[in-house]
Design a protein around this ligand. Structure first.
Ligand SMILES: Nc1ncnc2c1ncn2[C@@H]1O[C@H](COP(=O)(O)OP(=O)(O)OP(=O)(O)O)[C@@H](O)[C@H]1O
Length: 218
C-alpha cells in the first residue's frame, strides 16, 4: 500500500482489454481529493471502457485502487458513483422513492439529493415513474443521485450530452460543489462544457491515456 493508494483513485500499469484486444492503457494516474479530471478523446478512444473498468464492470490487469480498494470490491463500490450515458433508474420506484432508497442504501443524508433534484428542476417529477420521463429528465435524476450521494469518487460519462442550457449550468455548479467538498470527479466530454472550471485534462489517444504533469495541468 502506497500513500497514493488512499486517494480517491490511484492507477498504475492499468490495461483493459475487450474481446481480447487491448483498448485502454494507463501508466500512472491519481485523482486527488477535490480534483476534477476531464477525460477527453475521439469516439472509440476508450473513455467509457476506462470508466467501466474503474467500477469493476470490466476486468483489467495492473494496479487500481479506489480509496484503497480494488474496483468492484465492496469498499470501492461504497466510494464510487457512476453515471453512464443512459443511466438506468429503478423503474418500480418513483423518482422521490428512488432518491430515498439510494440515500438509505449508501447511508448518506437524503437532503442533498433532494436539494440537487430541486436545482435540476425535478420538483414536478418527484412522484413520477422513471419510465414516464424524457431522456434528459431521466439523466438529471441520475446525475442528482450520482453527485448528491457525495462519494469520494464520482464518474460521469458524457453528462452534458442530453441536457438543456439551464441544466448544464446546474451540472457545472454541482460538479464544482462536489470538488469543493473534497470529492474527486472524472467527467468525459466531447466539448468545452467544463472550460470554466479548474481541471486537469486527460487525453485518450488510441487507447493510451496521456496524463499531463503538474506543470502542464490546466
Ligand atoms: N462490448 C464490446 N465489445 C467489443 N468491443 C468493444 C465493446 N465495448 C467497447 N468496445 C470497443 O472499445 C473501444 C473503446 O470504446 P469506448 O466505448 O470505450 O469509447 P469511447 O471513447 O467511450 O467512445 P465514444 O466517445 O464514442 O462514447 C472501441 O474500439 C469499441 O469498439
Amino acid at each position: 500500500m502506497t500513500h497514493a493508494d488512499g486517494f480517491p483513485l490511484c492507477l498504475s500499469g492499468l490495461r483493459v482489454a475487450v474481446g481480447g484486444r487491448e483498448v485502454v492503457r494507463v501508466e500512472t494516474l491519481e485523482a486527488r481529493p477535490g480534483e476534477l479530471l476531464h477525460l477527453r478523446g475521439k469516439n472509440g478512444a476508450g473513455k467509457t471502457t476506462l470508466l467501466r473498468a474503474l467500477v469493476g464492470v470490466l476486468p483489467y490487469t495492473g494496479r487500481a485502487r479506489v480509496q484503497g480498494h480494488p474496483p468492484g470490491s465492496v469498499g470501492a463500490r461504497q466510494a464510487t458513483a457512476f453515471v453512464p450515458t443512459d443511466a438506468d433508474l429503478p423503474d418500480d420506484l418513483t423518482v422521490a422513492e428512488g432518491l430515498t432508497f439510494l440515500a438509505a442504501a449508501w447511508r448518506v443524508p437524503e437532503a442533498p439529493l433532494l436539494a440537487l433534484a430541486e436545482h435540476f428542476g425535478l420538483g414536478a417529477w418527484l412522484d413520477a415513474w422513471p419510465m414516464t420521463l424524457s431522456r434528459g429528465t431521466r439523466q438529471k435524476v441520475a446525475l442528482a443521485l450520482g453527485l448528491g450521494l457525495g462519494l469520494p469518487l464520482t464518474l460521469l460519462d458524457e453528462p452534458f450530452a442530453t441536457l438543456d442550457t439551464a441544466s448544464r449550468d446546474v451540472l457545472r455548479e454541482a460538479i464544482a460543489q462536489r470538488c469543493a467538498e473534497g470529492g474527486a470527479v472524472i467527467v468525459t466530454t466531447h466539448g468545452q462544457e467544463l472550460d470554466a472550471l479548474p481541471q486537469r485534462v486527460l487525453e485518450l489517444e488510441g487507447g493510451v491515456l496521456h496524463v499531463p504533469s503538474a506543470g502542464e495541468a490546466a
